[in-house]
Design a protein around this ligand. Structure first.
Ligand code: HEC
Ligand code: HEC
Length: 467
């Protein structure tokens, strides 16, 4: 992940003769977690460069940590901060204050009813807890509002990655007809120029009149203060064994083992967000749409690269379900959505790009049966054969990713989810256990009366189901 981060961030120029690999290894050397549980710890996951701790002078000189805040909470990687926030774009207090005010100001919308905070409410963990969001005139969009916590570390923004930066992202909801409904940047600027406090604030911060780029820049500066770590899991991985209970510890092992979650949500020193930042079709939209037909139809409409058009198709039309395909027009991206961070996941229900899963148990039921089959389903999806106790352990693990700041909210939200545990619309134990259906894979604990072991071939792996 860091490699891709660097390649997209021109302010990080490795010195001549220093490979990026060396730079990453050097940058990560001091962030090695000390508590690596055997058999399922971060070191067991692919992708981490083996860091020897030796930092060459050239690599160190080309990589600056000077502007990284000294008080970052545990779990927020200083290296990732340095890679994500350019030295030239360090959020200054007055810029952050302006951005915070804009984020919370309903006057940014066409009719004065909706602000960014309406859908990303700070006290709700920067979400709205709705299935899909509601904008001006109570219009409903097609997608669930993700949290803004740690969005600053995203390689791209939105479920489909259609915006490359926080600045570009911030410009879109204001102009989206069903979000904040403004007709044009000129309209927004004219409105703010009529508000004396903004005239003054923009002069102080940027030394010029209100304009749309600076507005986006101030909001982005505010968002770059919304890093979030300091979760029980962070204390655990730093060596405090008892920071999470035995069930959560078993859940962490399942996360990296039988549950296969780490293939997309790896959590380690170079992937502290529990996301590979890639796009996958995990079969969320599949039960609602006829993908191939929809994709054909969309090809006739989408103009590649028109961010505003994609924004409207994504939020207002049935094409929303095509996901990343709307951005790339690559068939392999049909129904693909960004792997979201799992930090603070207990406070941000409901889940998935369409908010279709109400609880973390529903999420587990979805994964346990291997997702919903469709022609574009990610190869990494297969049924898991998890028993109920293992599902509970995985859910427990996920609740340890809540920042101390949101601990009370996390407990309240989990109480609501626990109350819904009796209703499990996605649950299909027969499929999960490999007794029904055929996804072309081998179930973790195949029923040999249904599947002939001779057909299993080289890919068959028997995993002890623990029953
Ligand atoms: C009407 C509700 C609504 C409003 C208003 C709104 N958002 Fe969002 N926001 C959403 C939804 C829904 C998404 C996901 C849309 C998608 O991915 O297609 C989103 C996505 C985002 C993301 C991407 C996060 C990620 O991890 O990919 C950021 C950042 C964001 N919004 C910031 C803002 C800012 C800044 C404003 C104000 C200028 C704002 N939002 C206004 C609903 C809203
Ligand atoms: C093949 C990659 C992949 C694997 C494997 C995977 N996930 Fe995901 N995960 C995703 C993607 C992509 C999404 C968003 C999908 C969407 O909205 O359509 C997601 C969404 C989620 C969400 C909802 C996040 C939110 O903010 O709404 C949770 C929770 C989650 N995954 C947990 C897990 C757990 C636990 C496992 C292991 C049992 C797992 N994932 C395995 C890729 C993966």
């Amino acid at each position: 992940m860091l490699l891709r981060f660097i390649s997209k961030r021109p302010w990080i120029k490795p010195a001549v003769g220093v490979s990026l690999g060396v730079l990453v290894a050097a940058a990560c050397a001091h962030e090695k977690p000390s508590n690596v549980p055997s058999g399922g710890g971060p070191a067991a996951q692919g992708g981490a460069p083996s860091s020897t701790g030796e930092v060459s002078d050239a690599a160190a000189a080309s990589f600056s940590m000077a502007h990284v805040p000294k008080d970052l909470p545990i779990g927020v990687s200083p290296t990732l901060y340095a890679l994500s926030v350019s030295p030239a774009n360090v959020p200054t207090p007055d810029k952050v204050a302006l951005g915070d005010k804009l984020f919370d100001d309903k006057r940014l919308s066409v009719d004065g009813t909706v602000s960014c905070a309406t859908c990303h409410e700070p006290k709700r963990g920067f979400v709205d807890h709705k299935v899909t969001s509601e904008g001006v005139g109570k219009q409903r969009g097609q997608r669930n509002a993700p949290t803004i916590l740690n969005a600053m570390f995203g390689e791209t923004q939105f479920w489909d990655g259609r915006a490359p930066t926080l600045e570009e992202q911030a410009k879109l909801p204001i102009l989206n007809p069903i979000e904040m409904g403004q007709k044009s940047p000129a309209d927004v600027v004219a409105k703010l120029r009529g508000i004396p406090e903004y005239v003054d604030a923009f002069q102080t911060v940027f030394g010029r009149e209100v304009n749309y780029d600076d507005l986006a820049s101030a909001i982005a500066a505010f968002e770059r203060t919304l890093y979030s770590g300091d979760a029980p899991f962070d204390r655990y991985i730093q060596g405090e064994e008892k920071a999470i209970d035995a069930s959560a510890r078993r859940g962490w092992a399942l996360f990296n083992g039988k549950g296969r979650c780490n293939s997309c949500h790896a959590g380690n020193a170079i992937s502290p967000l529990f996301s590979d930042q890639k796009f996958h079709n995990i079969g969320i939209a599949a039960h609602k749409q006829n993908f191939p037909e929809l994709a054909r139809e969309a090809m006739g409409i989408v103009q590649l690269g028109n961010e505003k058009q994609i924004d409207e198709l994504a939020l207002e039309t049935k094409f929303s379900e095509l996901g990343r395909f709307l951005v790339t027009k690559q068939v392999s991206d049909v129904g693909g959505f960004k792997t979201p961070t799992l930090r603070n996941i207990a406070v941000t229900a409901p889940y998935m790009h369409d908010g279709s899963l109400a609880t973390l148990w529903d999420v587990m039921d979805h994964y346990n049966k291997g997702g919903i089959p469709n022609p574009f389903l990610d190869g990494g999806m297969q049924r898991l054969g998890l028993i109920e106790a293992e599902i509970d352990d995985l859910v427990k693990f996920m609740t340890t990713l809540t920042s101390e700041k949101f601990a009370a909210l996390g407990r309240a939200e989990m109480a609501k989810q626990t109350a819904l545990k009796g209703t499990r619309p996605q649950r299909d134990t027969a499929v999960a256990m490999g007794k029904k259906g055929d996804l072309g894979d081998i179930a973790p604990d195949p029923d040999l009366k249904v599947k002939n072991p001779a057909d299993i071939g080289a890919f068959g792996v028997y995993v002890d189901g623990g029953r």
